[in-house]
Design a binder for this molecule. Sequence first.
Ligand SMILES: *Cc1c(COP(=O)(O)O)cnc(C)c1O
Length: 368
Amino acid sequence: MNVKLLDLVPQYAPLREEIQRAMDQVCDAQSLILGPHVERFEKKLADYCQTRHAIGVSSGTDAILCALMGIGIQSGDEVICPSFTFFATAGCIARLGAKPVFAEIDPKTFNIDPADIERRITPRTRAILPVHLFGQMAQMERINEIARRHNLVVIEDAAQAIGARRDGRPACSWGLAGCLSFYPTKNLGAFGDAGAICTNDDDLAERCRKLRVHGSGHTYYHEMIGGMFRLAAIQAAVLEVKLKYLDAWHDQRRKNAAMYDKLLAGSAINTPPIEPENQSIYNQYCIRVPNRDHIKQALADNGIGSAIYYPLPLHLQPCFAYLGGKEGDLPVTEQACREILALPIYPELPEEQLRYVAKTLLDITNVR
Ligand SMILES: *Cc1c(COP(=O)(O)O)cnc(C)c1O
């Protein structure tokens, strides 16, 4: 049996007409960048995230970059973030001339460890950039409390966590701002690159709206140096349609996760624990296994797709060598990189395929 890690076709097929109608409206209006479609989507997105503002931008990476520019991060500043994350988290900090300071993660949730954040605060620290990895939120109440005591700004990297909740409160509504990605593999995927910044802060929202158009409030008059972070109307039209179905897709991912949890219980495979305060959206379902590379290959031999998020932590990336990171600096992070493996979890994954993945995994681990 062939099982794909992710198949976007069964999500698109039933929505084909609805999405094409929405795209047609954009084509007919020829209002292609920002404009009414983007504004309508922004309102619905802000409602969904329970924030006052949502600002559509060109990607999740640009959402992080724009938010960091919006709070004035610059050369000489330090921003604390995890090393176990997608590159963009730290890349955006470094692009502004600031220093990414990598904190350790919790071995169970893979999210940033608040106690380690506190140890890494210096007089130069300006902000904390936690990541809600794989769809489960970081310990925001502790992170916000640390930020309050040290007068730091918190920006959430919620690229993998739209609609995730902690104590019932959604991602993006905890920090000063939250950054979303609509890259096609995220739970809410556009038909290309797209992203958004959500915030309750009126001033930051206004700054981000200007920063996404080269810092101009009025065309050709520039109050600040921004970037080109505009959202295309056709992406907003697609996203507006898909947003209606997002909670149902989250539910289906949670059902799939519960089924894996049950089928793999009591085996040598470590399934991903979700904290009782959290409701995960399972952007990924990542197991931990000591002989990960062998298991990944054995799954592939049986026609099953899987992926490694992430094989090399950011503190050991060649481009960050200038920061002086070395093996052994973040042992929990480094071990996660050796043991992690993402299994197929997408909403439309047929139950028969899920059961086949679980059974194959059990067979592989039992013969060893
Ligand atoms: C996907 C992702 C991003 C970047 O989003 P893009 O839309 O691909 O630029 C940033 N941070 C994390 C944790 C992500 O998973």
